[in-house]
Design a protein around this ligand. Structure first.
Ligand code: NI
Ligand code: MN
Length: 226
């Protein structure tokens, strides 16, 4: 699969020829101004929770592409009222799509949509098919529930974890999370976008390297084949 970083917590995952856009927050992100939001293709929008820094461009990209929203019931209902199609889930549930299987898993955070609508409880996703399996944690603290992933999902090839601290876990807790989820290849997200979450890249990467693990902090716009 191909994974492209679009800044903050926004990723494009290409699986089985389908484009999965995760937590689109591009136009308000000064650091992502090199990304042409109008050229983004999406078959599905995976939304972890309702905060503005995860949904800002979802409606416009979703409508232009006729994309289907995959999230919890409350968030899918909100987007359906705006005219988007969706597939509602809730925690612990999994469902098969044409690109693979998605499981909506626990996150420890908060969630409200930009207009104040209740966003349900925040979550993360484990996504897999015959070729690859990855975890996108969403905004979350370190939690013991992460220990359930190796017991309930296929072996992870990589995981996208927040490392920016303040609103989510920082890199030290993300390092422990990588133990809990039994995955040594971590792609960082939710860092540097705002003053509160600026991190020291070298220090964070070294903490992982010292434990024989890898923390990848992708330049915005860069892709990886995984
Ligand atoms: Ni959030
Ligand atoms: Mn956030």
């Amino acid at each position: 699969m191909k994974l492209t970083y679009l800044g903050h917590s926004t990723f494009m995952a290409e699986m089985n020829g389908k484009h999965l856009l995760i937590d689109p927050f591009i136009t308000p992100n000064e650091l992502a101004k090199g990304i042409d939001v109008n050229s983004i293709r999406a078959d599905y929008l995976l939304i972890t929770h309702g905060h503005g820094d995860h949904v800002a461009d979802a409606e416009s990209i979703g409508k232009r592409n006729n994309a289907k929203v995959i999230s919890n019931f409350e968030i899918v209902s909100w987007f359906e009222k705006k005219g988007l199609a969706g597939h509602p889930m809730n925690h612990g549930g999994k469902v098969s799509f044409d690109f693979g299987t998605v499981k909506y898993v626990n996150a420890v955070h908060s969630s409200v949509l930009p207009d104040g609508t209740y966003g349900g409880n925040p979550g993360g996703f484990v996504v897999w098919n015959e070729e690859v399996c990855f975890y996108n944690a969403g905004d979350t603290a370190l939690s013991m529930d992460m220990k359930l992933l190796p017991l309930t999902c296929p072996k992870l090839d990589f995981a996208i974890l927040p490392v920016g601290d303040n609103f989510t876990m920082g890199y030290e807790d993300a390092l422990l999370a990588s133990d809990f989820i039994e995955c040594d290849k971590i792609i960082g997200c939710h860092y540097d976008t705002f003053g509160y979450i600026k991190i020291d890249h070298a220090k964070a990467k070294k903490a992982f390297a010292d434990k024989g693990k890898e923390l990848i902090l992708l330049p915005i716009g860069k892709s990886l084949d995984l």
